[in-house]
Design a protein around this ligand. Structure first.
Ligand SMILES: [Zn+2]
Length: 112
């Protein structure tokens, strides 16, 4: 149980459109193949890790639009998404806190 989200996300998408720029960490390629993590061996990006469509990786395809994404960029995307969600939740908590604390405070003030 290292990543429970793998089973929940993207399992219900049956009608596949081409989504080359999938946000965050890619789970599946548009061709329904799973994603493989590989290490770049090019001079431009030596030892840089990337995600690749398993189908394309096996056939060593180049210049097509199967999933390719740098791991560091995927993580940055993921963090930005999480950051956004945290901010939304924080706002919600602030609203809830305000509604919760306004009640009892008013009560205590009126008693003393
Ligand atoms: Zn693919």
């Amino acid at each position: 149980m290292n990543n429970p989200r793998r089973n929940t996300r993207g399992s219900s998408t049956t009608s596949g459109g081409i989504r080359v720029r999938a946000p965050g960490i890619p789970i599946k390629c548009w061709c329904a193949e799973s994603i493989k993590e590989l290490i770049s061996k090019t001079n431009l990006n030596p030892y840089r890790r990337y995600y690749r469509c398993r189908y394309a990786a096996q056939r060593k395809l180049e210049n097509e639009n199967h999933i390719f994404k740098w791991v560091d960029e995927a993580f940055t995307d993921e963090i930005q998404q999480l950051d956004y969600h945290v901010r939304m939740l924080e706002e919600e908590v602030q609203v809830l806190k305000a509604t919760i604390t306004s009640g009892p405070k008013a009560f205590w003030v009126s008693v003393s």
